[in-house]
Design a protein around this ligand. Structure first.
Ligand code: ADP
Ligand code: MG
Length: 306
Protein backbone atom coordinates (compact mmCIF):
# COMPACT_ATOMS: atom_id res chain seq x y z
CA UNK A 1 0.00 0.00 0.00
CA UNK A 2 1.22 3.58 -0.66
CA UNK A 3 2.79 5.36 2.32
CA UNK A 4 -0.16 7.74 2.89
CA UNK A 5 -2.54 4.83 3.27
CA UNK A 6 -0.17 3.12 5.60
CA UNK A 7 0.04 6.27 7.71
CA UNK A 8 -3.74 6.21 7.95
CA UNK A 9 -3.81 2.66 9.20
CA UNK A 10 -0.97 3.33 11.59
CA UNK A 11 -2.95 6.26 13.00
CA UNK A 12 -5.98 4.09 13.70
CA UNK A 13 -4.19 1.14 15.21
CA UNK A 14 -1.06 2.34 16.94
CA UNK A 15 -2.93 3.55 20.07
CA UNK A 16 -4.33 0.12 20.95
CA UNK A 17 -1.03 -1.55 21.70
CA UNK A 18 -0.39 -0.91 25.37
CA UNK A 19 -0.70 -3.78 27.80
CA UNK A 20 0.74 -5.37 30.89
CA UNK A 21 2.81 -7.90 28.94
CA UNK A 22 3.83 -5.58 26.08
CA UNK A 23 7.48 -4.50 25.99
CA UNK A 24 7.36 -3.31 22.36
CA UNK A 25 4.27 -2.71 20.26
CA UNK A 26 3.29 -1.50 16.74
CA UNK A 27 6.09 0.28 14.88
CA UNK A 28 9.08 -2.04 14.83
CA UNK A 29 9.75 -5.25 12.90
CA UNK A 30 8.33 -7.41 15.68
CA UNK A 31 6.41 -6.81 18.86
CA UNK A 32 7.97 -8.06 22.08
CA UNK A 33 5.74 -9.62 24.73
CA UNK A 34 6.73 -10.80 28.17
CA UNK A 35 5.78 -14.14 29.71
CA UNK A 36 5.98 -14.52 33.50
CA UNK A 37 8.29 -17.17 34.92
CA UNK A 38 6.67 -20.60 34.69
CA UNK A 39 4.42 -19.67 31.77
CA UNK A 40 4.23 -20.85 28.17
CA UNK A 41 2.73 -19.31 25.03
CA UNK A 42 -0.69 -20.26 23.64
CA UNK A 43 -1.43 -18.98 20.14
CA UNK A 44 -4.19 -19.28 17.55
CA UNK A 45 -5.21 -17.51 14.35
CA UNK A 46 -8.62 -16.95 12.74
CA UNK A 47 -9.64 -15.41 9.41
CA UNK A 48 -12.93 -13.77 8.48
CA UNK A 49 -13.79 -13.15 4.85
CA UNK A 50 -16.57 -10.80 3.80
CA UNK A 51 -19.51 -12.73 2.35
CA UNK A 52 -18.33 -15.97 3.96
CA UNK A 53 -18.09 -15.21 7.69
CA UNK A 54 -20.24 -12.08 7.78
CA UNK A 55 -22.74 -10.44 5.39
CA UNK A 56 -21.31 -7.73 3.13
CA UNK A 57 -23.48 -5.03 4.76
CA UNK A 58 -22.23 -5.67 8.33
CA UNK A 59 -21.24 -2.49 10.18
CA UNK A 60 -17.46 -2.05 10.27
CA UNK A 61 -17.50 -1.69 14.10
CA UNK A 62 -19.14 -5.09 14.33
CA UNK A 63 -16.72 -6.65 11.82
CA UNK A 64 -13.78 -5.51 13.95
CA UNK A 65 -15.27 -6.50 17.28
CA UNK A 66 -16.48 -9.87 16.07
CA UNK A 67 -13.17 -10.80 14.40
CA UNK A 68 -11.31 -10.20 17.67
CA UNK A 69 -13.95 -12.01 19.74
CA UNK A 70 -13.84 -15.08 17.49
CA UNK A 71 -10.06 -15.26 17.80
CA UNK A 72 -10.05 -14.48 21.53
CA UNK A 73 -12.60 -17.24 22.05
CA UNK A 74 -9.83 -19.76 21.34
CA UNK A 75 -7.81 -18.29 24.21
CA UNK A 76 -10.90 -18.64 26.41
CA UNK A 77 -11.29 -22.27 25.38
CA UNK A 78 -7.72 -22.99 26.52
CA UNK A 79 -8.00 -21.04 29.77
CA UNK A 80 -5.24 -18.70 28.64
CA UNK A 81 -4.46 -15.22 29.95
CA UNK A 82 -4.57 -12.74 27.03
CA UNK A 83 -1.19 -11.17 26.18
CA UNK A 84 -1.82 -9.48 22.84
CA UNK A 85 -2.86 -9.93 19.23
CA UNK A 86 -1.77 -9.11 15.71
CA UNK A 87 -4.09 -8.12 12.87
CA UNK A 88 -3.55 -8.93 9.19
CA UNK A 89 -5.92 -6.73 7.28
CA UNK A 90 -6.72 -6.99 3.57
CA UNK A 91 -8.78 -4.02 2.41
CA UNK A 92 -10.29 -3.17 -0.97
CA UNK A 93 -9.53 0.52 -0.28
CA UNK A 94 -8.15 2.73 2.50
CA UNK A 95 -11.54 4.27 3.32
CA UNK A 96 -11.00 6.57 6.29
CA UNK A 97 -14.59 6.44 7.59
CA UNK A 98 -14.67 2.67 7.32
CA UNK A 99 -11.30 2.35 9.05
CA UNK A 100 -12.35 4.68 11.83
CA UNK A 101 -15.48 2.64 12.57
CA UNK A 102 -13.61 -0.67 12.23
CA UNK A 103 -10.93 0.50 14.64
CA UNK A 104 -13.65 1.46 17.17
CA UNK A 105 -14.86 -2.13 17.13
CA UNK A 106 -11.30 -3.40 17.55
CA UNK A 107 -10.76 -0.92 20.41
CA UNK A 108 -13.89 -2.14 22.23
CA UNK A 109 -12.61 -5.72 22.08
CA UNK A 110 -9.07 -4.70 23.10
CA UNK A 111 -10.53 -3.08 26.21
CA UNK A 112 -12.95 -5.91 27.01
CA UNK A 113 -10.38 -8.69 26.76
CA UNK A 114 -7.28 -6.72 27.82
CA UNK A 115 -5.86 -7.90 24.52
CA UNK A 116 -3.65 -5.14 23.08
CA UNK A 117 -3.06 -4.91 19.32
CA UNK A 118 0.72 -5.19 19.08
CA UNK A 119 1.28 -5.50 15.33
CA UNK A 120 -0.06 -6.62 12.02
CA UNK A 121 0.12 -6.38 8.29
CA UNK A 122 -1.91 -4.43 5.75
CA UNK A 123 -2.55 -5.33 2.12
CA UNK A 124 -5.00 -4.52 -0.64
CA UNK A 125 -7.59 -7.06 -1.80
CA UNK A 126 -11.07 -8.43 -0.96
CA UNK A 127 -12.00 -7.58 2.64
CA UNK A 128 -10.35 -10.16 4.88
CA UNK A 129 -9.53 -9.88 8.57
CA UNK A 130 -7.07 -12.23 10.19
CA UNK A 131 -6.47 -12.02 13.93
CA UNK A 132 -3.71 -13.92 15.67
CA UNK A 133 -4.05 -14.10 19.44
CA UNK A 134 -1.29 -14.73 21.95
CA UNK A 135 -1.95 -15.88 25.49
CA UNK A 136 -0.12 -17.26 28.51
CA UNK A 137 -0.70 -20.59 30.20
CA UNK A 138 0.94 -22.08 33.27
CA UNK A 139 3.60 -24.64 32.37
CA UNK A 140 1.53 -27.50 33.85
CA UNK A 141 -2.07 -26.66 32.92
CA UNK A 142 -4.33 -26.03 29.89
CA UNK A 143 -7.95 -26.70 28.95
CA UNK A 144 -7.63 -29.30 26.21
CA UNK A 145 -10.27 -31.08 24.13
CA UNK A 146 -8.97 -34.43 25.29
CA UNK A 147 -9.43 -35.38 28.94
CA UNK A 148 -13.18 -35.89 29.35
CA UNK A 149 -13.89 -39.03 31.40
CA UNK A 150 -16.99 -41.21 31.56
CA UNK A 151 -19.12 -39.85 34.42
CA UNK A 152 -18.19 -36.19 33.86
CA UNK A 153 -20.98 -33.68 33.33
CA UNK A 154 -21.13 -31.73 30.06
CA UNK A 155 -21.83 -28.01 30.48
CA UNK A 156 -22.24 -24.95 28.29
CA UNK A 157 -22.06 -21.25 29.10
CA UNK A 158 -24.74 -18.72 28.20
CA UNK A 159 -27.48 -19.64 25.74
CA UNK A 160 -27.14 -21.51 22.46
CA UNK A 161 -28.48 -21.00 18.94
CA UNK A 162 -28.83 -17.21 19.07
CA UNK A 163 -26.30 -16.47 16.32
CA UNK A 164 -27.87 -19.03 13.98
CA UNK A 165 -31.29 -17.53 14.71
CA UNK A 166 -29.87 -14.08 13.92
CA UNK A 167 -28.78 -15.31 10.48
CA UNK A 168 -32.33 -16.60 9.89
CA UNK A 169 -33.62 -13.13 10.84
CA UNK A 170 -31.12 -11.49 8.45
CA UNK A 171 -32.20 -13.88 5.70
CA UNK A 172 -35.84 -12.90 6.28
CA UNK A 173 -36.80 -16.41 7.38
CA UNK A 174 -37.98 -15.38 10.84
CA UNK A 175 -39.39 -12.16 12.24
CA UNK A 176 -39.49 -12.12 16.06
CA UNK A 177 -40.59 -9.01 18.03
CA UNK A 178 -38.29 -5.94 17.51
CA UNK A 179 -36.50 -6.09 20.90
CA UNK A 180 -35.63 -9.73 20.24
CA UNK A 181 -34.42 -8.93 16.73
CA UNK A 182 -32.08 -6.44 18.38
CA UNK A 183 -30.96 -9.01 20.96
CA UNK A 184 -30.31 -11.70 18.34
CA UNK A 185 -28.40 -9.45 15.93
CA UNK A 186 -26.29 -8.30 18.86
CA UNK A 187 -25.51 -11.92 19.71
CA UNK A 188 -24.29 -12.50 16.14
CA UNK A 189 -22.42 -9.22 15.68
CA UNK A 190 -21.01 -8.80 19.19
CA UNK A 191 -20.19 -12.26 20.54
CA UNK A 192 -18.30 -12.22 23.85
CA UNK A 193 -15.29 -14.48 24.21
CA UNK A 194 -15.61 -16.20 27.61
CA UNK A 195 -12.10 -15.30 28.75
CA UNK A 196 -12.88 -15.03 32.49
CA UNK A 197 -14.82 -18.30 32.45
CA UNK A 198 -11.99 -20.11 30.68
CA UNK A 199 -9.49 -18.95 33.27
CA UNK A 200 -11.85 -20.01 36.05
CA UNK A 201 -12.18 -23.48 34.50
CA UNK A 202 -8.43 -24.00 34.28
CA UNK A 203 -7.67 -26.78 36.75
CA UNK A 204 -11.40 -27.61 37.16
CA UNK A 205 -12.57 -28.79 33.74
CA UNK A 206 -11.42 -32.11 32.28
CA UNK A 207 -11.96 -30.84 28.70
CA UNK A 208 -13.17 -27.69 26.95
CA UNK A 209 -13.85 -26.18 23.53
CA UNK A 210 -15.47 -23.00 22.29
CA UNK A 211 -18.67 -23.41 20.30
CA UNK A 212 -17.92 -21.89 16.92
CA UNK A 213 -19.37 -24.59 14.64
CA UNK A 214 -22.39 -25.68 16.71
CA UNK A 215 -22.70 -27.75 19.90
CA UNK A 216 -22.96 -31.16 18.20
CA UNK A 217 -19.93 -30.53 15.99
CA UNK A 218 -17.80 -29.06 18.76
CA UNK A 219 -18.86 -31.62 21.39
CA UNK A 220 -17.82 -34.15 18.74
CA UNK A 221 -14.28 -32.75 18.89
CA UNK A 222 -14.19 -33.29 22.66
CA UNK A 223 -15.54 -36.82 22.18
CA UNK A 224 -12.93 -37.66 19.54
CA UNK A 225 -10.01 -36.15 21.45
CA UNK A 226 -11.11 -37.77 24.73
CA UNK A 227 -12.00 -41.21 23.35
CA UNK A 228 -15.47 -41.02 24.93
CA UNK A 229 -19.13 -40.44 24.01
CA UNK A 230 -20.90 -37.20 24.89
CA UNK A 231 -24.62 -37.68 25.51
CA UNK A 232 -26.45 -34.38 25.09
CA UNK A 233 -30.01 -33.94 26.43
CA UNK A 234 -31.84 -31.56 24.08
CA UNK A 235 -34.38 -30.73 26.84
CA UNK A 236 -31.56 -29.26 28.96
CA UNK A 237 -30.19 -26.84 26.32
CA UNK A 238 -30.19 -23.24 27.57
CA UNK A 239 -32.29 -21.11 25.19
CA UNK A 240 -32.65 -17.34 25.29
CA UNK A 241 -36.16 -15.89 25.73
CA UNK A 242 -36.01 -15.02 22.01
CA UNK A 243 -35.57 -18.68 21.04
CA UNK A 244 -38.04 -19.89 23.66
CA UNK A 245 -40.56 -17.59 21.98
CA UNK A 246 -40.18 -19.30 18.60
CA UNK A 247 -43.39 -20.96 17.43
CA UNK A 248 -41.44 -24.09 16.50
CA UNK A 249 -39.56 -25.60 19.47
CA UNK A 250 -37.96 -28.01 16.98
CA UNK A 251 -36.43 -25.11 15.03
CA UNK A 252 -35.14 -23.47 18.21
CA UNK A 253 -33.64 -26.78 19.34
CA UNK A 254 -31.99 -27.32 15.98
CA UNK A 255 -30.32 -23.91 16.12
CA UNK A 256 -29.10 -24.66 19.64
CA UNK A 257 -27.68 -28.05 18.61
CA UNK A 258 -26.17 -27.21 15.24
CA UNK A 259 -25.93 -23.41 14.92
CA UNK A 260 -22.43 -21.95 14.98
CA UNK A 261 -21.01 -18.54 15.88
CA UNK A 262 -22.21 -18.42 19.51
CA UNK A 263 -18.65 -18.53 20.94
CA UNK A 264 -19.89 -19.98 24.23
CA UNK A 265 -17.79 -22.64 25.95
CA UNK A 266 -18.63 -26.34 26.14
CA UNK A 267 -16.72 -28.10 28.93
CA UNK A 268 -16.71 -31.20 31.09
CA UNK A 269 -16.52 -31.30 34.89
CA UNK A 270 -15.80 -34.34 37.04
CA UNK A 271 -18.69 -35.44 39.32
CA UNK A 272 -19.06 -33.22 42.38
CA UNK A 273 -17.42 -30.14 40.82
CA UNK A 274 -19.85 -27.21 40.85
CA UNK A 275 -20.24 -25.34 37.55
CA UNK A 276 -19.47 -21.59 37.51
CA UNK A 277 -22.46 -19.22 37.50
CA UNK A 278 -24.21 -18.84 34.16
CA UNK A 279 -23.36 -22.37 33.01
CA UNK A 280 -25.85 -25.19 32.40
CA UNK A 281 -25.56 -28.98 32.59
CA UNK A 282 -26.53 -30.33 29.15
CA UNK A 283 -25.37 -33.93 29.27
CA UNK A 284 -22.94 -36.61 30.42
CA UNK A 285 -19.77 -38.26 29.27
CA UNK A 286 -20.12 -42.02 28.69
CA UNK A 287 -17.89 -44.81 27.45
CA UNK A 288 -18.03 -45.03 23.65
CA UNK A 289 -17.49 -42.54 20.87
CA UNK A 290 -19.21 -39.63 19.13
CA UNK A 291 -22.07 -37.44 20.26
CA UNK A 292 -25.57 -38.76 20.94
CA UNK A 293 -28.44 -36.32 21.36
CA UNK A 294 -31.17 -38.94 20.95
CA UNK A 295 -32.42 -37.25 17.80
CA UNK A 296 -31.92 -38.13 14.20
CA UNK A 297 -29.89 -35.06 13.44
CA UNK A 298 -26.80 -35.04 11.23
CA UNK A 299 -23.98 -34.50 13.74
CA UNK A 300 -23.09 -31.51 11.55
CA UNK A 301 -19.41 -31.31 10.83
CA UNK A 302 -19.65 -27.51 11.04
CA UNK A 303 -19.15 -25.17 8.14
CA UNK A 304 -16.93 -26.78 5.52
CA UNK A 305 -15.05 -24.34 3.31
CA UNK A 306 -13.92 -26.96 0.79
P1 ADP B 1 7.28 -4.87 7.82
O1 ADP B 1 7.62 -4.37 6.46
O2 ADP B 1 8.42 -4.95 8.79
O3 ADP B 1 6.43 -6.09 7.81
P2 ADP B 1 4.99 -3.17 7.95
O4 ADP B 1 5.23 -1.98 7.10
O5 ADP B 1 4.16 -4.28 7.42
O6 ADP B 1 6.39 -3.70 8.47
O7 ADP B 1 4.37 -2.68 9.33
C1 ADP B 1 4.99 -1.65 10.10
C2 ADP B 1 4.50 -1.72 11.52
O8 ADP B 1 3.09 -1.50 11.58
C3 ADP B 1 4.77 -3.07 12.14
O9 ADP B 1 5.09 -2.88 13.50
C4 ADP B 1 3.44 -3.78 12.01
O10 ADP B 1 3.28 -4.73 13.04
C5 ADP B 1 2.44 -2.62 12.13
N1 ADP B 1 1.20 -2.88 11.37
C6 ADP B 1 1.01 -2.97 10.02
N2 ADP B 1 -0.27 -3.21 9.70
C7 ADP B 1 -0.93 -3.30 10.87
C8 ADP B 1 -2.29 -3.54 11.24
N3 ADP B 1 -3.25 -3.78 10.32
N4 ADP B 1 -2.60 -3.55 12.55
C9 ADP B 1 -1.66 -3.35 13.48
N5 ADP B 1 -0.39 -3.10 13.22
C10 ADP B 1 -0.01 -3.08 11.94
MG1 MG C 1 4.45 -6.26 6.98
Amino acid sequence: MPVSEFTLIYRFFSALGRGEAVDLSVGDDCAILRLDAGERLATSVDTMVEGVHFPADTFPEDIGYRAVSAAASDLAAMGARPLGMTLALTLPAADELWLHAFSQGIAAAVAEYQLPLVGGDTTRGPLTITVQVLGALPMDRALLRGGAQAGDGVYVSGSLGDAAAALAVLDGEWLPPPDQVEYLLDRFNRPHARIALGRELLGLASAAIDISDGLLADAGHIAAASGARLRIEPALLPLSPALRGHTSPEQARQWALTGGDDYELCFCLPPGVEPPAGCTLVGRVEPGSGVDCGLDMPAAAGYQHF
